[in-house]
Design a protein around this ligand. Structure first.
Ligand SMILES: CC(C)(COP(=O)(O)OP(=O)(O)OC[C@H]1O[C@@H](n2cnc3c(N)ncnc32)[C@H](O)[C@@H]1OP(=O)(O)O)[C@@H](O)C(=O)NCCC(=O)NCCS
Length: 191
């Protein structure tokens, strides 16, 4: 897979991504902790390495599909997105994403999430992709809506973030709704 939207691409994780993942988490800790349950102050090098190294097995076991969101021209680790919590019998999956704070505001999340959702429909055969965002996470909800996701409702007290219970907005995308801005395919090895 080598697809680009607005200079950002996604690709599966490899062992070479441990340092990029760790540095991105370290640079973005307050922003991530406000939105993602795993990004606690205790999340450090061991956790980064274990998670990155677990990606290949998770993919092989068809449990989670995680991608590096990469700034293609510089091949810099910009963030991550995953299709997880897959309900295979019903062809439904969850889409999650985060971007290194040093790379936000440039369309990285929208590009990465769009490509991951496209992967979910085209490669996994899913027919519905869900996004769950804290109700006060306007940037995440905006990303989902830019993909074409439809807001379905508020799930009360659905998330626990930073020790606080939060209401969450549930959005979903069906294959026909996915906004697909011009996707450029370049051969492997080109920037
Ligand atoms: C949410 C997040 C993924 C966005 O990443 P990003 O690369 O900056 O996203 P994009 O640049 O693709 O798009 C962001 C959009 O949100 C908008 N936005 C940013 N902050 C906003 C705010 N406080 N209120 C409303 N909209 C906001 C931007 O203007 C942009 O929309 P636009 O293109 O219409 O102007 C990133 O901030 C992040 O990683 N946050 C912490 C983790 C997280 O929240 N993950 C989602 C969990 S559900």
């Amino acid at each position: 897979m080598n697809q680009y939207v607005k200079d950002f691409t996604i690709r599966p994780f490899g062992p070479e991504d441990i340092n990029g993942h760790l540095a991105a988490v370290a640079a973005s800790r307050p922003q991530l902790a406000a939105a993602l349950s795993w990004a606690s102050p205790a999340y450090g090098p061991n956790e980064s390495a274990a998670w990155v190294m677990s990606r290949t097995a998770a993919w092989a076991q068809a449990s989670e599909y995680s991608f590096v969101v990469e700034h293609a021209p510089t091949r810099t680790f910009a963030g991550s997105c995953s299709i997880n919590r897959i309900d295979w019998p019903h062809q439904v999956g969850n889409l999650t994403y985060w971007i290194d704070s040093r790379w936000t505001g440039r369309g990285a999340a929208t590009a990465g999430a769009m490509l991951a959702a496209r992967f979910a429909f085209a490669n996994l055969g899913l027919r519905r992709v869900e996004i769950l965002a804290a109700e006060d996470n306007a940037a995440s909800i905006r990303v989902a809506e830019k993909l074409g996701a439809v807001r379905e409702g508020v799930l009360r007290q659905r998330l626990r973030l930073g020790g606080a219970r939060k209401d969450a907005v549930l959005l979903s995308i069906l294959p026909r709704e996915l906004n697909e801005p011009a996707v450029e395919r370049r051969p492997m090895g080109t920037a």
